[in-house]
Design a protein around this ligand. Sequence first.
Ligand code: SAM
Length: 228
Amino acid sequence: MSSRFAATISAGTMRIQSAHGISGHLAEIGTFEGRYFIALAHTLKDGERAIGIDNFVWPDEGIKGRLEANLAKFGVADRSVVLKADSLKLRSEKILSLAPGKKVRFFHVDGEHTPEHLSNDLALASACLDERGVICLDDMLHPGYPTLGITVNAFFAHEPSLKVFCIIDREDIVGATKFMICREAAFDFYVEELMRVFPNNIWPMGADFRSGKKALVLSLDTRLADIG
Ligand SMILES: C[S@@+](CC[C@H](N)C(=O)[O-])C[C@H]1O[C@@H](n2cnc3c(N)ncnc32)[C@H](O)[C@@H]1O
């Protein structure tokens, strides 16, 4: 599940977007009960929508009703659009048709973790993304899913203009790491703005993706190794 720290950095990223005139929707594959979705939906501006997609079968069929109750309880039902669908059967045109007029500025991918699903969901996110938008990937360094990064790397071979600009470090073993991705032209913008907004969370080494500039690493624990 997404951690409070990840939600804070993600919401901060959406506020940076708004402050710089980057407009668009929020979308999430794997909305579940809305924990992360609702936190981010609160940052949306007039005319922007939160698009929640889930197949809503796990852990039981009542999950869609629980999400909708949470959207109402936390005051974001009016700006939300919920779609029950298997992401493997979706097309980007369908997602964009749910809230016409804008593309997506923040797309969280948190559905099924097979290579087939992850590459499909990445392609959907990329096709829906505003030119200056962000794709956020969940569970990237999760010990239970150690090969997800291989799929992400393979995807970058087809979409070389996409770069990881920030790793949001894990809060604990289940509140796992996320990667934030943008087009190369927006890389410096996001790194500089996040460093300005979260100066106390910068892990000094950064992350080397062997693709040019180092990505920012934001963490609750900014120590380097202590070798005594
Ligand atoms: C770990 S939960 C997401 C947690 C949520 N994003 C959060 O941070 O609170 C993963 C979700 O992905 C959904 N999911 C799994 N396979 C899917 C698929 N093929 N299409 C759409 N949603 C899927 C599951 O139903 C589940 O609700």
